[in-house]
Design a protein around this ligand. Structure first.
Ligand code: NI
Length: 220
């Protein structure tokens, strides 16, 4: 005696229910994975101040440039000091002067600790921003700010490392070109590692607080 075969309609039903169950299990697994990944991402963001940056995004790296005195420098020239880096150009009508003013305020707010910070202004317009032009320009804001320029290839490389966007633009009503550029302030630790990212317009007090927090870290 064998058990009676279930009628074909019941078998189809059982298969449908099994498919639905598998589908739900798969959705649940994917959903849980995504939730865990997002939480992981938010939990270990790589910053001490400013904007959040996902850990998968690398910012910074080696560079070879020329400072406003004409000396050849690399990132190692500033090792042991924090770096506060801003990219721009001396012909900038608005954003760069405002941001350099903020960086000068940060240095003032830091008092003696400012000596432990290298404030770097890297040009995205090496064609016009010679060391001499940069020397004149940074002195307008704070004599401690260091202007950096280089060959177009060296500037492209440092911009790539810091994920800086820049492009030459020719406004139709202007005789001279101008530059479009992203305008974040980067804080790097004494080993040259990324430690903070600040939007254009971030107050000097916020940046100074992040610098102080970084200087208080063991080994800083
Ligand atoms: Ni600018």
């Amino acid at each position: 005696m064998s058990a009676p075969e279930p009628p074909p309609a019941t078998i189809r039903w059982l298969r449908t229910i099994r498919l639905i169950a598998y589908g739900l299990a798969a959705l649940l697994a994917v959903g849980t994975g995504a939730a865990l990944w997002l939480r992981h991402d938010a939990g270990v963001e790589q910053r001490l101040g400013g904007m959040a940056v996902p850990p998968s995004v690398s910012i910074g790296g080696p560079f070879t440039l020329t400072d406003h005195t004409g000396a050849a420098v690399t990132e190692a020239s500033y090792r042991g000091r924090l770096m506060l880096i801003f990219f721009g150009f001396t012909h900038c009508p608005d954003v760069c002067p405002t941001e350099l003013q903020v960086i000068a305020e940060v240095l003032d707010a830091l008092g003696e600790d400012a000596a432990r910070v290298a404030p770097l202004f890297v040009t995205v317009d090496p064609e016009r921003d010679t060391p001499e032009a940069l020397a004149r320009y940074v002195a307008l804001f704070d004599p401690r700010i260091i202007g950096l320029t280089g060959t177009p290839e060296q500037i492209a490389a440092v911009a790539r490392a810091y994920r800086v966007y820049y492009a030459k633009v020719h406004p139709p009503d202007a005789t001279e070109y101008t530059m479009d550029h992203s305008s974040f302030v980067y804080l790097m630790d004494a080993e040259g590692r990324f430690a903070g990212l600040f939007r254009h317009g971030a107050p000097a007090a916020e940046i100074a607080a992040a610098v102080r927090a970084q200087l208080r870290r063991p080994g800083a």
